[in-house]
Design a protein around this ligand. Structure first.
Ligand code: SF4
Ligand code: FES
Length: 247
């Protein structure tokens, strides 16, 4: 395949940045999207030009590092992570537009790399449980109803990639936060901090500059882990309950 790539280039956080056009050939339909960018970077290196900066780590859909806006869609045209997107989803001769996540709370550091530290700070505010020290409790000592366990498992698959924020017209991180709140709120181990967790996480979310949720649903459509929209209902319910309890 031969492709034309329109890619956002930005030298650092203070640079205004802009789109640049590159031609890349020798792309196989079996390559992942990131491998295609690797090919482009080898071409740029050979010409003595600055390679494109982009994030990745596991390249297996697990770590959440690799988010890109591809033709205006978070993670591109398939419901998966950018590293698991393959070039067979594009056609020979196509022009592809590649941009970083667009959100005030995710400032661009360089080219396609954004700072998602705001997610870490939300997690620090409440994404934990307290466990008493001592020997590990026997796994079956705390019974969990099967439906609760399955729901907790399903929403725990959120990898913190940020696609929900990038896709949301309000730049809200409600789906991410709802996944964490539901994951811990479904389990007995998550009950002691349940009220303070939701209050502190929502406060940090708003402090970071993420927007409010208006039930548009772009987040769940873009989510590579198919986190359902109703985790945001759970988030709002937990917040109301915490406020009734005087938080
Ligand atoms: S909810 Fe989905 S889109 Fe949002 S951070 Fe988690 S995995 Fe990514
Ligand atoms: S690089 Fe880890 S999810 Fe894509």
């Amino acid at each position: 395949m031969k492709l034309t790539l329109k890619i956002w280039r930005q030298t650092d956080a203070n640079d205004a940045g802009g789109m640049h056009t590159y031609d890349v050939d020798d792309v196989s339909a079996d390559m992942s999207f990131l491998e295609m960018l690797d090919v482009l970077n080898e071409q740029l290196n050979a010409k003595g030009e600055e390679p494109i900066a982009f994030d990745s780590d596991c390249r297996e859909g697990i770590c959440g590092m690799c988010g890109l806006m591809i033709n205006g869609e978070a993670h591109g045209p398939v419901t998966t992570t950018t590293c698991q997107l393959h070039m067979r989803s594009f056609t020979d001769g196509e022009t592809i537009t590649i941009e970083p996540w667009r959100s005030d709370a995710f400032p661009v550091l360089k080219d396609l790399v954004v700072d998602r530290g705001a997610f870490d700070r939300i997690i620090q505010q409440g994404g934990f449980i307290s466990v008493n020290t001592g020997s590990a409790p026997e796994a079956h000592a705390v019974p969990v109803p099967r439906d609760d366990a399955m729901r907790a498992f399903n929403v725990a698959t959120c990898i913190g990639c940020g696609a929900c924020v990038a896709a949301c017209p309000n730049g809200s991180a409600s789906l991410f936060m709802g996944a964490k709140i539901t994951h811990l709120g479904e389990l007995p181990q998550g009950q002691p901090e349940r009220d303070s967790r939701v209050v502190n996480m929502v406060a940090q979310h708003d402090h970071e500059g993420f927007g409010g949720c208006t039930n548009i649903g772009e987040c769940t459509a873009a989510c590579p882990k198919e986190i359902p929209l109703d985790v945001i209902s759970q988030l709002n319910k937990d917040l109301r309950t915490a406020m009734k309890h005087g938080h």
